[in-house]
Structures are given as structure tokens and as C-alpha cells.
Write a protein that binds this ligand. Structure first.
Ligand code: SAH
Length: 363
């Protein structure tokens, strides 16, 4: 006998990808009072509920209905490493088998989430692990938010995230709409309550999107990954530069500053003997001298199989000195979580290499 079962719509929705208005409608359809939505959101964002069942002041039947309708979280945590400096790194695998990394950095009173916006990256910067296989897809609003909630849940009870850096996998400005929607909830008092001025968006430099971000009227901080002081060198290191050029990027960054009054940070990865020479430092100083700019130097984090080197300490010191003498504010980024492959796509790569089933899904 061929028993054909009716096709039930059993696909659960991702709670964090469901607009609050839709949740409110669904709550009303469950014959529940309107305040239930706020109750659930408080459990999730303030009380760190790990599932609907632990939302103990909701009626049991309503908790079951929530559970049948929604996934509160979508990710499988396929790796969780904790470094001696209390840095946590997660590799999250989404429903389609694709994975990303996110990191919690803890120093003194700062609790910083470093989050991804895409699976892979399409920018192809030659020294970076995230772009080695190109971009696979954008992350959804819920997938971006979920990283923040999971990382916040790793902080000590009573603490909250103080900062966000959008410096994980992917090019944030290539997924700007989803990022902005997720950040709206991150800054909301009913969400994660993070100050907009403590959120940094790092970009390879997409001029039209930098302008769009400026026009969005938010107080987010912009970091531009410059990595070279002239087009000839930048074309070698950042392939997208060939069609854009440094001048257009600096123009857009100037527009960002003029529009938001927020000083722009320029990131500069130091690659031994490639872009760390005295002439490079002098040229960078000339480029930025008359701008309200801050420079963040990042000694290259080793990526297995890539043919680059960290800068020699003397070269790095000389680079810093040249910029300082030109009156430019400069910092060298501290290395965090080195013992857990925390830097730049390293752990995900290792996990993918060691777990054939995930590696296959990620192809
Ligand atoms: N797509 C964004 C975010 C990238 S990650 C951007 O281009 O800005 C944040 C910063 O880390 C970028 O400046 C990026 O170039 C840098 N980065 C990536 N891999 C690195 C590595 N192996 N060592 C040091 N910095 C790296």
C-alpha cells in the first residue's frame, strides 16, 4: 500500500530572521497578549535564554508553540576554543552546512565581539585566509545577530558586549543592508544595548558603499583596509583596487568624515619586505598627513601555505616612528588568542580540513 502523507509545512523559521512585526502577528494568532513578544525578546537579549523552554514565565503551551514554530538559534557550534588570554573563538555551522568564525575578545573592561558578514569573501586580498575560496553567500540578519548573542552569552553573568568589530569573514559593505538591520538590534536598548560609537565596520574600500554608510546617519566607526600607499603596490596586495584606486577610496572616506564627524581608521597589514619599507611609511604619511586619520598597523598573522612574512621588528618600529613624526596617530594591533588560531580565518580552515563532512558541504 502506498501511504502518501500530506505535506506538512514543518519547516521551522529562524526566530532571529523573523521581523518583530511578524512575531507580534504570530503571537496574536496564538491568542496571546501582545506583551508576550517583549517577554520573549527580554529572555533572549537580556536573560540569556538558551531555548524557549527556559523562558519560565511563559505559559507551557505557548513555549511549546514557539518551539514548534521557530529555531531560537540556527547554528551548530562545531568548534569552541578558549585561549589563555580568555579570547573565545567559535566556528558556527549554519543550516546549509556553511560555516563561519566569530571571536570574543576580553581585555580589562572591554568585551568585543568580532563578527563575520559573509561565508568566505570575494575580495581576494592576497594575504588573507578568508578569501582563499571566494565568497559563497551573504549571512542573513539573523545569522549576524546570532553571532553577537552567542558571544555575549560567553561573557560572565551580568556583563555585556561593550564593542563590536565587523572584522571577521567577508566584506561587510557587500552585505550592508543585512549588517545594518542586525546592528539596529545590537544598539537597541531592548536588544543588546551596545553603543553605536563602539561599533567598527572594516572595509576593503567600496566607495559607493562607504558613502551609503555615511548617509545612513549612524555613529558607527569606519575602518578602511588600505595596506599600501600607492596604487601599484595596492593592486598587488588588494586585487579589487585595480578597478577602484586609492584616490576614490580616500574621497569616500573624507565624505564619511565630513558627514558623520567620525574619524576614519586606516588599517595597514605589515607584510615583511613587501609594504613595510621606509619609503612606504613616508608615502603613507604624505597621503594621510592632512586628513583626520588614525592608522592601525597589523603585523601579518601567518596563514599556512601563503608566501608572506611578518615584518622584522626594526622595520615595524621604523614604520611607526615615521608616521608619528608626521603627526599621525598610530597603533600596532595587539595579537590576541594566538594559541587558539584566533586570527583571521585560521580556526575555520583547520576545522574544515579536519572534518571532511563539513569540508564537503563548504565546497
Ligand atoms: N573585508 C574587510 C574585513 C576584513 S578583516 C576588510 O577588508 O577590511 C579585518 C582586517 O584584517 C582587514 O584589514 C584585513 O585586511 C586584515 N587581515 C586579514 N587577514 C589578515 C592576516 N592574515 N593578518 C593580518 N591582518 C589580516
Amino acid at each position: 500500500m502506498n501511504l502518501e502523507l500530506p505535506l506538512l509545512s514543518t519547516a521551522k523559521k529562524a526566530f532571529l530572521d523573523t521581523p518583530v512585526g511578524d512575531i507580534q502577528q504570530w503571537v496574536a494568532a496564538q491568542q496571546q497578549p501582545a506583551f508576550r513578544t517583549a517577554q520573549v525578546l527580554r529572555w533572549l537579549y537580556q536573560a540569556r535564554a538558551a531555548n524557549f523552554d527556559s523562558m519560565t514565565d511563559l505559559p507551557a503551551a505557548f513555549r511549546t508553540a514557539l518551539q514548534d514554530q521557530f529555531h531560537l538559534f540556527q547554528a551548530n557550534v562545531v568548534a569552541h576554543r578558549i585561549a589563555t588570554d580568555e579570547t573565545h573563538k567559535l566556528v558556527l555551522e549554519w543550516q546549509d552546512g556553511k560555516s563561519i568564525e566569530c571571536v570574543l575578545l576580553q581585555e580589562e573592561t572591554r568585551r568585543t565581539a568580532c563578527i563575520s558578514t559573509q561565508v568566505g569573501c570575494g575580495m581576494g586580498c592576497v594575504f588573507c585566509a578568508s578569501g582563499l575560496k571566494g565568497v559563497e553567500r551573504n549571512l542573513s540578519v539573523g545569522e549576524i545577530l546570532e553571532q553577537l548573542v552567542l558571544l555575549r552569552n560567553l561573557t560572565a553573568p551580568g556583563e555585556r558586549l561593550s564593542h563590536i568589530v565587523v572584522m571577521g569573514m567577508g566584506e561587510p559593505l557587500a552585505n550592508l543592508d543585512n549588517l545594518l538591520a542586525a546592528l539596529e538590534i545590537a544598539v537597541s536598548q531592548k536588544g543588546l544595548g551596545i553603543g553605536a560609537r563602539h561599533i567598527t565596520i572594516s572595509t576593503v574600500g567600496l566607495p559607493a558603499k562607504i558613502r551609503a554608510l555615511a548617509d545612513a546617519g549612524k555613529q558607527y566607526h569606519l575602518a578602511v583596509s588600505l595596506h599600501a600607499p600607492n596604487d601599484a603596490l595596492r593592486n598587488q596586495i588588494v586585487p579589487t583596487n585595480a578597478n577602484i584606486g586609492i584616490e576614490a577610496i580616500l574621497d569616500a572616506a573624507d565624505y564619511f568624515y565630513a558627514t558623520t564627524s567620525r574619524q576614519v581608521t586606516y588599517e595597514y597589514v605589515l607584510l615583511g619586505e613587501l609594504n613595510d619599507q621606509p619609503a612606504d611609511a613616508r608615502e603613507l604619511a604624505r597621503l594621510l598627513r592632512d586628513r583626520k586619520a588614525h592608522v592601525n598597523l597589523i603585523p601579518w598573522n601567518n596563514v599556512v601555505d601563503l608566501p608572506y612574512r611578518r615584518p622584522a621588528p626594526e622595520a615595524q618600529n621604523a614604520f611607526v616612528t615615521t608616521l608619528r613624526h608626521a603627526g599621525i596617530s598610530v597603533k600596532v594591533r595587539k595579537r590576541k588568542g594566538a594559541d587558539i588560531d584566533a586570527a583571521c580565518g585560521q580556526l575555520r580552515r583547520k576545522v574544515l580540513e579536519n572534518m571532511p563532512q563539513i569540508a564537503a558541504a563548504a565546497q
